[in-house]
Design a protein. Structure first.
Length: 433
């Protein structure tokens, strides 16, 4: 073998070894999948986490990072997410991000139940005391010890499992404890404070989780994009959007049935169906009854002489139904009182506006329906002859040309007085000179 061939083989071997080294380093670094958990925890959230875990397993990701910025949400969905975290072999990182984000109520429980808990600077966790909406519009703590104790036991056990502060975990629920990132780190509620996901990966490198050692220092962050159907479900399942869709659907149906042929009933059915899907078919029948009763009273006002009494009663029913319609009742929705009030306001105000609009629209429809025929207001009005009437010709009345028959002869340009209308023409006589 000549020297030239040996040199070529040596170079090829060097290139192969270099490629193997690069590939080995890339494989060692791997990928960390991130999931955006911004907004309310809804029926779509646990499906998104499941899909992300399946994707992480398929690409052999080093870990799954949940980017938490949430006021809370569904308790059933929260417990399902915790179950998915526990059963998966993929390490799950709970990370309250970005700066200024919060993880309240259900979000706090998810953070405590994650394999690794981290926060960005200037973020807040806590406010996990169960509250419910009262008939007066305020929020009051849930005093059902059975439910509260169950949540306390769950969050304490998750904290104990991951070596976190069980006392703080308990106080999140019992006394609405809130902690910023520094306090959470100090009291051993979280293990890391990092301003960016990249910095967090550098901090957790070498951590032993689920019988494995994380190698994340040079890992590549990959954002998980949920399938289109889950993105659509996530949008619909936002409690405010779903509630508004239900209200709009109901109003559209009533308006469509009162004025057929405008397509409002079709739009109402579509909006109602999407709202039902978003709420998971969990609908307050009493709220729907009150809203329908209120709209019925508004309709009745148009055919009576109660001087607005029925209309006022109808609007009261609509507002009361909207209050009951707010999807914030615990334990279905596990969010702080301030967020519940915001959701209530977001549904009650549009409901009031839509109710007033419905009342106005139906009133105008009834006004047009019961208005006197135009023929009744022709008599005695003035018109101008645009032809010589002898006895027939055309006159101009309110910008329109009418065939007219005159008593006697009327010259072009003279004024005439309308006496009657019949058979598509006017009966006129000569007007004042």
């Amino acid at each position: 073998m000549n020297s030239r061939v040996r040199v070529m083989l040596s170079r090829i071997l060097e290139i192969v070894l270099l490629l193997a080294l690069v590939l080995g380093q890339a494989q060692a670094a791997g990928t960390v999948l991130t999931v955006d958990m911004k907004g309310t925890i809804t029926p779509a959230s646990d499906d998104i986490v499941l899909a992300a875990l399946e994707r992480a397993e398929a690409v052999d990701a080093r870990a799954l990072m949940l980017l938490l910025d949430t006021p809370g949400g569904g308790l059933a969905e929260t417990t399902e997410i915790l179950r998915l975290i526990d059963e998966s072999d993929i390490p799950v990182i709970g990370y309250v991000h970005p700066e200024g984000a919060v993880a309240w109520s259900a979000g706090t429980i998810i953070l405590i139940g994650s394999d690794i808990a981290a926060m960005a600077p200037h973020t807040i966790i806590g406010s996990a005391q169960p509250v419910q909406f009262s008939p007066t519009g305020s929020t009051v703590p849930v005093n059902d010890s059975k439910t509260t104790n169950a949540i306390v036991a769950m969050i304490e056990e998750k904290a104990r499992k991951h070596g976190r502060n069980t006392t703080a975990a308990r106080e999140f629920v019992l006394s609405n404890l809130n902690l910023n990132a520094d306090e959470a780190m100090k009291y051993r509620v979280v293990e890391h404070i990092a301003p960016t996901p990249e910095e967090l990966l550098a901090q957790i490198n070498g951590t032993s989780i689920k019988d494995a050692t994380l190698i994340t220092k040079d890992a590549k962050l990959e954002a998980f994009e949920p399938p289109l159907n889950l993105q659509f479900l996530k949008m619909l399942s936002d409690p405010t959007i779903a509630g508004l869709l239900m209200l709009i659907g109901l109003y559209s149906l009533i308006f469509g049935f009162s004025s057929p042929g405008m397509g409002a009933e079709v739009f109402g059915l579509i909006a109602l169906a999407m709202g039902l899907i978003g709420l998971g078919f969990n609908v307050n029948i009493g709220a729907i009854f009150l809203i329908l009763l209120g709209l019925g009273l508004i309709l009745a006002e148009l055919h009576s002489h109660t001087f607005g009494i029925l209309a006022v009663a109808g609007l009261v029913c609509v507002i009361a139904g909207s209050i009951l319609f707010v999807p914030t009742s615990f334990p279905e929705w596990y969010v702080p009182g301030s967020y519940q009030r915001s959701m209530a306001l977001a549904l009650i105000l549009p409901s009031l506006i839509l109710g007033l609009f419905m009342a106005f629209a139906i009133y105008k429809v009834a006004q047009a329906r019961f208005a006197p025929m135009v023929i009744d207001v022709f008599e005695g009005e003035e018109a101008v002859a645009i032809d010589r009437l002898d006895p027939k010709g055309y006159v101009l009345f309110q910008g329109e040309y009418w065939l007219a028959e005159a008593e006697g002869t009327v010259e072009k340009g003279e004024k005439v007085i309308i006496m009657a209308r019949g058979g598509g023409q006017l009966k006129v006589r000569a007007g004042p000179k």
